[in-house]
Design a protein around this ligand. Structure first.
Ligand SMILES: [Zn+2]
Length: 244
């Protein structure tokens, strides 16, 4: 008998398959990121009609396949309202693509699902679009293990003393204590270290209450871009769109 799947998730990708089917990628609470085949989803009278749109939160049930699972039922919990703000729209697509690229199919990244849920909720309410984007990326990179906690040295694990010169590892997202630094590593300012560490540790609503200097925000973005460039084999399609 096939193993049954039953969980809650958010649709982060959809693509057409065959004549009338659709494959949806869903970030779920119980199984991490999964790909599901929704048979006949593109037919007019499909039971999935309107339920598998991007950023919809759904209750789903189906059966497990080897790589691709089969979707039997999908009940809509919450649809992301139609977004008219161009800035938010761009961020949404960037978040979806990045989440899809950073979490391999069939893998769980603890905390990623509630983070996406919370981010979608706050994105509709805040004007701090840059902060919400940076906080999401930093938290997701931390949950997926690509970023080590910024209160410790990424090599010897010693707690960092911010009175010492602290460097960023030349290629990874690790901070380095004076004993572990090499000349290729770049020194970082204390406000930047504190701000990134704050975004790693504190809930999203707290980060949206902190005011940040424009220069620190810009430095975070430049640094995030270089980390993602090292991590991803090809650029994100939505990145050009984000800059437009
Ligand atoms: Zn060290």
């Amino acid at each position: 008998m096939k193993k049954q799947i039953k969980t809650t998730g958010i649709v982060i990708r959809k693509c057409d398959f065959g004549e009338a089917d659709r494959i949806v990628t869903v970030l779920t609470d119980d199984y991490g990121k999964i790909d599901l085949l929704a048979k006949g989803a593109r037919r007019l009278k499909s039971k999935f009609c309107g339920r598998l749109e991007l950023f919809n939160e759904i209750d789903l049930s189906g059966s497990a396949g080897r790589e691709l699972h089969y979707l039997d039922e999908a009940d809509l919990i919450k649809a992301y309202p139609e977004e008219k703000n161009v800035g938010r729209h761009r961020i949404l697509f960037y978040l979806a693509e990045l989440t899809n690229r950073l979490i391999p199919s069939g893998q769980q990244a603890e905390g990623a699902y509630p983070l996406l849920q919370e981010t979608l909720y706050h994105l509709q309410k805040t004007d701090r679009l840059e902060t919400i984007l940076h906080a999401y990326l930093i938290k997701l990179l931390t949950f997926t293990g690509f970023l080590s906690p910024w209160n410790k040295c990424g090599i010897c694990d010693a707690s960092l003393n911010l009175d010492d010169p602290i460097c960023l590892h030349a290629t990874d997202g690790h901070l380095l204590c004076p004993d572990c630094q090499s000349p290729a590593d770049r020194p970082l300012s204390v406000p930047l270290i504190k701000w990134v560490n704050f975004m790693q540790q504190y809930p999203l609503p707290d980060t949206l209450r902190v005011s940040v200097k424009e220069e620190d925000s810009q430095s975070v973005w430049i640094w995030l871009q270089s980390i993602l460039e090292n991590l991803l084999s090809s650029p994100l399609k939505s990145e050009a769109f984000l800059k437009a």
